[in-house]
Write a protein that binds this ligand. Sequence first.
Ligand code: F6R
Length: 235
Amino acid sequence: MDWIKVSSYEQMSEIAADIFTEQLAKKPDSVLGLATGGSPLGFYKEMVRRCQAEEISFARATTFNLDEYVGKGPGDATSYHEFMCRNLFRQIDLPETRHHLPNGLAEDLAAECVRYEKLIEASGGIDLQLLGIGVNGHIGFNEPGSRFDSRTQVIELTEATRKSNARYFEKEEGIPAKAITMGIETIMSARKIVLLAFGANKTDAVERLKSGAVTEEFPASVLHKHPHVTVIYGK
Ligand code: F6R
């Protein structure tokens, strides 16, 4: 695991953008794994800037997001689909047919999980996956106790996660109780992984990750078993 300590959120975003820029330069048709939330916002802003300045292009890339809320989808301002359109997809040259998120509106959620896994596989697998980390160590929405051999699945969000995501919703009742997320094994199948963790509220999670103990009670700890992980962190 490579650890890069930064002194600002902007520096973290810049370094992450450099890693993705290098990936796209080496392999323009890369399959990229993406995340939502506060951690990658600065990174997306920088990728948009580079794309609009024609320093990089997503024209041949494919993307897969980690997760989506059950019951949410395109057109819903609080869906992860909309988050991605707003912060990245609408501002770059990635063809609309090649960005993917789990479909939180699917009638048959189990079938949707299988479809998503197969689609990732059919695209050749994820070359570079971006991750944030939850204060409880979750990656994607794989909460503590999620099995390391899990594939894309429907999970119940913990109270802690619902609370920390409450800022995105007008009313507490509006916070979804479930999500579809890539499983731990799906994430671990990515060839390279970059994890972003910035801010005082992430210090404990980063310290626990650094301690190296690998346990399903702290999902991010599985990353110690992956050969190419870079953690960019600071406060
Ligand atoms: C988002 C995701 C989550 C977040 C994590 C950190 O797609 O899968 O694991 O990365 O909850 O969220 P932020 O970045 O908002 O602190």
